[in-house]
Design a binder for this molecule. Structure first.
Ligand SMILES: [Zn+2]
Ligand SMILES: [Zn+2]
Length: 229
């Protein structure tokens, strides 16, 4: 594998997961297929899917370009061969934990600082009854701050060992799919039973009530700082 392949692989992965998010959102909004799993009873506002598309696409393009550029420019620090069995799970877990600590910290601050809440974070909170792709609906500045989470996670890992490219991809894919999932407003039978990770209801309540439940992937930061409900 060379740097170009790593960059193209990263971009294709994100295009794939977001194509799924796009189709999933379209089905959720335009059919009754998932209606019985909905958490909130409020109907979706008409026309949101297409009116939000410009910001969805802007933030998605930023995400794909930054991630692909990251894989390309940092390629010499990646390991591309198949490692020992424990390396990928440990690296994915460390990246998730550090990313979630970062997410909790800046997200909570975006709520505590009323200027930032009004001018930056309120855009993401226009979604009171979210649908899957609305994880992309955020002020571009907030979006960039969020992107620092994986940089922190993999940056710390790179200080102690080479990061495996598959760990980077698995993290990116799972992080993306989990964000799509927790913005779905759906409590799906199997997914809502996966232990340790936060459930849709956790983040859905945050959107419905505009307070508490500040973490994303896990919910232990909220439990630790007593901001969960
Ligand atoms: Zn928020
Ligand atoms: Zn959200």
């Amino acid at each position: 594998m060379d740097a170009t392949t790593a960059a193209i692989g990263t971009a294709l992965l994100l295009i794939g997961s977001n194509t799924f998010g796009f189709l999933y959102s379209y089905v959720v909004l335009n059919s009754n297929l998932f209606a019985k799993y909905r958490i909130q009873l409020k109907p979706y506002k008409k026309g949101l899917f297409w009116s939000r598309m410009p910001l969805f696409l802007f933030n998605l393009t930023t995400l794909i370009l930054l991630s692909a550029f990251g894989a390309y420019s940092m390629f010499e620090f990646f390991e591309t061969s198949w490692p020992e069995w424990w390396v990928i799970p440990v690296q994915v877990l460390v990246a998730f934990v550090l990313d979630d600590i970062w997410f909790y910290a800046y997200h909570r601050y975006l709520h505590q600082n009323k200027f930032l809440l009004k001018n930056i974070h309120s855009i993401h909170h226009r979604a009171t009854t979210p649908f899957p792709l609305e994880y992309l609906y955020a002020h571009p500045l907030e979006w960039m701050i969020g992107a620092l989470g994986p940089v922190l996670g993999f940056g710390v890992l790179m200080l102690v060992m080479p990061v495996n490219i598959y760990a980077f991809w698995i993290f990116g894919l799972l992080r993306n799919l989990h964000e799509i999932h927790i913005h779905s407003d759906l409590e799906l039978p199997v997914l809502s039973k996966i232990p340790f990770i936060s459930k849709t209801r956790h983040h859905d309540n945050h959107h419905a009530k505009l307070t508490g439940n500040y973490s994303s992937t896990f919910s232990w930061m909220d439990k630790l700082f007593k901001t969960d409900f």
